[in-house]
Write a protein that binds this ligand. Sequence first.
Ligand code: EPU
Length: 418
Amino acid sequence: MEKIVVEGGKRLEGEIVVSGAKNAVLPLMAACILSEGKNIITNVPDLADVRTMAKLLQILGADVEYDSGTLTIDSSGLNNWEAPYDLVKTMRASVLVLGPLTARFGKARVSLPGGCAIGERPIDQHLKGLSILGSKIQIEEGYVETSAPRLTGGIIPFDVSTVTGTENLILSSVLAEGETVLLNAACEPEVTDLVTALNKMGADITGIGTDIITIRGVKKLSPLTDYEVMPDRIEAGTYMIASVLTKGDLMIRNCRFENMGALIGKLIEIGAHITRENGGIRVKSNGEIKSTDITTLPYPGFPTDMQAQMMTLMSTSDGLSVLTETIFPQRFLHAGELRRMGADIKLVGNSAVVRGVKHLSGAPTMASDLRASASLVLAGLAAVGRTEISRVYHLDRGYDKLDSKLETLGASIWREKE
Ligand code: EPU
């Protein structure tokens, strides 16, 4: 196993290119189950989660190749509809194959994901939706089993806004008989990216980017050709915070300003200087970090996937901040590690009360999940002295070469064997 080591206190400066979005490419890969033929997806990040989804598609019978950012998925030979426990337990997003497998084979058997480090994470809304579309649902031996000779459209009201739930039901209904309407659908840009791709494949989906999505079933989809995955707004946001924490000046390329309003607003509020420049966002800081309060919300609210990184930033602010987590109320495992670096954080229910300290100090730390790992790397960049982050595999699930990209910007960061 590897750990990341950071010598803090280096100012970051320069240009960085953001990779394709993890949470956009995974549903796109699941969408390939629906078309028979060769799908080509570009701007694909080099991530452990992408490799896990590729392995899952291979187990289902697809041919999958990845070569420098281009993923080719030929799903003509698909002959299996079971997603095994071993893969689902390493990546919950594997559940995204449930809808498309049921649509293609009239049945699927997918290991039920359990709880994870960031919370309980049930999939009841996915199952409710599939049942409205006419599928029988059974839970047997830890697996969800669906069965529906042909799915038929219906009205699906989501009780909570769910990103992969919305994606799974879109993927289930594109080939269904008749019209499906999703009410209280998730509006995250990654959902929009999936809908855009499916419409290119011949689907008939309207309401793009809104919380009411209408899907009129079509007979067949063509393969996805040369579809470029949207940029990763969470990776971009992580660099933006790195710039502020290090009194830096970063030009962040291949990111969409319009998808990042909530974070940009908060960074301006705390004193960062942010400008939109062609094809990117420039973030400069003179070291001022004012305290502010944050509440995570579904898009376009402040993303839960930026809460941990924001906690690091608020740990060095000039006052008191309250971070309230409404999406995953338990997603605070990073707080204890940040405290070990000198942060002053108290957890009260689903809020973290963070009193800014003069400086963080380097320490050995342990990552508990993907975004928590990123918050510790950020803390290491700002801290005095040496920080070690073990269990780097969490970071490699969702950040494409974060450490080497930060190194090109002037960070003192490297990997060592544990
Ligand atoms: N929920 C239910 N029932 C369901 C589904 C969700 O109660 O059937 C609840 C969840 O427990 C949670 C809320 O609804 O309280 C929102 O969860 P959601 O379903 O939107 O989360 P997800 O689809 O499992 C995706 C991202 C996460 C991101 C969340 C929220 C992917 C592959 N994952 O998860 O990304 O945090 O949306 O935006 O898209 C990450 O990248 O680090 C990550 C965890």
